[in-house]
Design a protein around this ligand. Structure first.
Ligand SMILES: *[C@@H]1O[C@H](CO)[C@@H](O)[C@H](O)[C@H]1NC(C)=O
Ligand SMILES: *[C@@H]1O[C@H](CO)[C@@H](O)[C@H](O)[C@H]1NC(C)=O
Length: 403
């Protein structure tokens, strides 16, 4: 064998070693998923290097797919699509052209991306909104909230809340021909987090007279204080959202200061003064047996109180809706929660389901056994998966039947 072929062989082995990640046994399209994941990992490594060299913030590099997948607001024979502003916050509106015999339903959609990435114009999100608007013959309002690291909590929450509050005015609903009794707030991942936070906040807002009919939370992030749940342990290195990236997203939501990140990474960011909050995320009580697997519950390890004093946001229910107390939960609208088995955030969703049920809220829980985090954004070639289409259809079908 010549030197050239030896080098080629060596290079192929290295590439194969790099690309190879164990994909859960029960998943389909394993090779495609492995390649998609390798692309994401490569981007992550480039981001690390670029940040280490002091050239760019990590998230600026991760924003590349969002920017590459930009789509203009394009109307077609079924929908009028426009970019506009609601109370100074940018939104993308999808209005069906088909005549409606009565008032229309409305879905307020909040995209995911760890409070740092994503956007209404990102192709998969644009497509999801189109599908929703067409299938339901509903108005969809997709919110372009500001992102970290430029903006931290509570900016993301406040942008979203501003839009929801603006839209829920009777005069605005009338202008768009929307039925005030058939409005949903919905979001995936960080968007599910914001949707849950908005639904809670609306309950205390005396200025808002219209109630949501539904909150739909797609693999939402719901709590900041235990980043070592069984789902974090089981899925630490699963495709698309490894634990390290989730920790980075969480800490970046509050600050770019690395000390919060490091404390979160070792799960010692909460001090003993906040020990009362752990009952809200006590998976020993809140997870059904099948999700506990072989994990053994241990009581929390507390960190210094300096971190929480500096960044109190991470204990705020507007950032971590699972930390709201029971009296707050009982007023919530019918709730749809979709969770994925191979997802660090799986237990956040499941524990919220348990708490909402205990509070007497009507909850529909859809758990997808062969799914990874972010499944619903894999609907655009070349990163489309049958899984993505299945999850998106399931969610939109449910919404169509229930909103
Ligand atoms: C418009 O709706 C019709 C009927 O649902 C569908 O067949 C068609 O493909 C849609 N057009 C576009 C551009 O999506
Ligand atoms: C969590 O629940 C278990 C079992 O009920 C209990 O022993 C433990 O003290 C609880 N821990 C916290 C912090 O609430």
């Amino acid at each position: 064998m010549g030197t050239k072929s030896l080098c080629l062989l060596l290079a192929s082995v290295l590439v194969a070693y790099y690309v190879y990640t164990p994909i859960p046994e029960n998943m389909e399209e394993r090779w495609k998923l492995m390649l998609i994941n390798a692309a994401f990992r490569t981007l992550g490594h480039v981001a690390e290097l670029t940040e280490w060299l002091g050239l760019k913030h990590y998230m600026e590099v991760l924003m590349m797919p969002t920017n590459m997948e930009y789509t203009a607001p394009v109307s077609d024979e079924n929908l009028t699509v426009t970019d506009t502003k609601f109370d100074n916050v940018p939104v993308r509106l999808y209005i069906p052209r088909k005549q409606s015999s009565g008032l229309r339903r409305a879905v307020i959609y909040i995209h995911g991306g760890g409070w740092c990435l994503g956007g209404v114009a990102m192709e998969p999100y644009d497509l999801l909104s189109r599908w929703t608007a067409s299938k339901l013959n509903a108005i969809v309002i997709s919110i372009e909230y500001r992102l970290a690291p430029m903006y931290h909590f509570p900016t993301q929450f406040e942008d979203v809340y501003t839009v929801v509050k603006f839209f829920l005015q009777n005069s605005v609903l009338a202008q768009y021909g929307v039925d005030p009794n058939r409005i949903c707030v919905s979001g995936d991942s960080a968007g599910g987090n914001l949707a849950a936070a908005v639904a809670q906040q609306l309950l205390d807002d005396l200025e808002v007279k219209v109630n949501l009919k539904i909150q739909a939370l797609i693999y939402p992030a719901l709590q900041t204080i235990d980043l070592d749940l069984p789902s974090y342990k089981d899925n630490e290195n699963k495709p698309i959202l490894p634990k390290s990236l989730m920790v980075r997203f969480w800490s970046e939501y509050f600050t770019t200061d690395i000390s919060l990140h490091d404390a979160m990474a070792s799960n010692r960011h909460v001090s003993a003064e906040s020990s009362h909050l752990f009952k809200y995320v006590n998976w020993s009580n809140l997870l059904p047996e099948e999700f506990k697997k072989d994990h053994v519950y241990t009581n929390p390890v507390y960190g210094s109180s300096r971190i929480a004093k500096q960044y109190p946001g991470f204990l705020d229910p507007r950032a971590a809706p699972l930390l709201a107390d029971d009296t707050k939960l009982l007023g919530l609208p019918m709730t749809y929660v979709l969770t994925c088995e191979h997802d660090v955030l799986r237990d956040d969703g499941i524990m919220y389901v348990s708490r909402l049920k205990e509070a007497g809220v009507k909850v529909i829980h859809e758990h997808i056994k062969d799914a990874i985090h972010g499944a619903m954004i894999f609907i655009i070639s070349p990163t489309d998966l049958a899984l993505g289409h299945r999850v998106a259809n399931q969610y939109i079908e449910w919404l169509n039947m229930n909103l």
